[in-house]
Design a binder for this molecule. Structure first.
Ligand code: ZN
Length: 115
């Protein structure tokens, strides 16, 4: 019998890193806006736009990793979700630790357009 438990500190674990990642993104967007305003399409603007794209790709990969990997809060075993390709939108993304016999409820679910 598998016990179901909510993951402790869900906000810190899943949402805070995404929010913190927005800080450099917003800063970069601000940089692009200021650079466009002052210099137009100069090399600095193009560089900042390129940095935005790199940050966006890294952000998506980071978000994907957050949603598919979890350290078991009890035994610290790394649990890897098989991935949510093909799962319907809104399916809960939960992790089962075979050592502890616990299904960890993350409270996150498959987004509308998986990346
Ligand atoms: Zn465990």
């Amino acid at each position: 019998m598998i016990e179901r438990r909510p993951v402790p500190n869900r906000f810190r674990r899943f949402h805070l890193p995404i929010l913190l990642m927005l800080v450099p993104m917003i800063t970069l967007f601000g940089g692009v806006w200021i650079s466009m305003h002052h210099y137009g399409w100069s090399w600095i603007t193009i560089l900042l736009v390129a940095l935005c794209m790199v940050m966006g790709v890294l952000g998506l990969r980071f978000q994907n990793r957050l949603a598919t990997h979890l350290k078991c809060p009890q035994c610290l075993r790394l649990l890897v979700h098989p991935g949510w390709d093909g799962l319907p939108e809104g399916t809960p993304i939960d992790f089962v630790c075979p050592d502890c016999g616990i299904e960890w409820i993350t409270g996150i679910s498959v987004p509308s357009s998986p990346s």
